[in-house]
Design a protein around this ligand. Structure first.
Ligand code: HEM
Length: 144
């Protein structure tokens, strides 16, 4: 990603900063309204998810300027997500609903440039995580 795109991702997250809890509530609301079957993947008490949501976004923002440094961690994070039951289609779904929540929060400040920078950042990070999922699910490939 270009330094400009990295900055677009960072500054849109900063712009939502004070309202991130509300964005988290909006996002999980969208996820469970569209896909109630995913509710069971998360703890019964959702209060802690607001912090996890902020952590997920921070993970993305921290990873994009230094993808090489992130890769080892991404594999472990992806392997844990495989254990949570997360599959490739879920990553796309999360991305699309995340961008909808950002658009709803930022209104006119949600520009196409910010949207495409976030899409690129999310895809880079989630692809790195999925490599971890594949590896975790096919250990025999590496034993032969
Ligand atoms: C780029 C995409 C994502 C990132 C960076 C990310 C990051 C994280 C992080 C940092 C945690 C904290 C716990 C841990 O480190 O294992 C977490 C937890 C979790 N994530 Fe993600 N995640 C992503 C996508 C997803 C998707 C697509 C799903 C499912 C549809 C998902 C479901 C979960 C669940 C179920 C937990 C554990 C919640 C709990 O038990 O409290 N994540 N994620």
């Amino acid at each position: 990603m270009s330094p400009e795109q990295v900055e677009l991702v960072r500054d849109s997250l900063r712009a939502m900063g004070p309202r991130l809890d509300a964005v988290a509530d909006d996002f999980y609301g969208r996820v469970f309204a569209h896909h109630p079957e995913l509710r069971a993947m998360f703890p019964a008490e959702l209060a802690g998810q607001r912090e996890k949501f902020a952590e997920e976004l921070q993970t993305i923002v921290a990873a994009i300027p230094d993808l090489d440094g992130f890769l080892a961690r991404a594999r472990l994070l992806g392997a844990r997500h495989g254990g949570y039951g997360v599959r490739a289609a879920h990553y796309r779904l999360f991305r699309d609903l995340l961008l909808e929540s950002f658009a709803a929060e930022l209104g006119e400040a949600w520009t196409e440039a910010r949207a495409s920078a976030w899409r690129g950042a999310y895809d880079m990070v989630s692809e790195a995580m999925m490599m971890g999922t594949t590896r975790a699910r096919q250990p025999s490939l590496f034993r032969r």
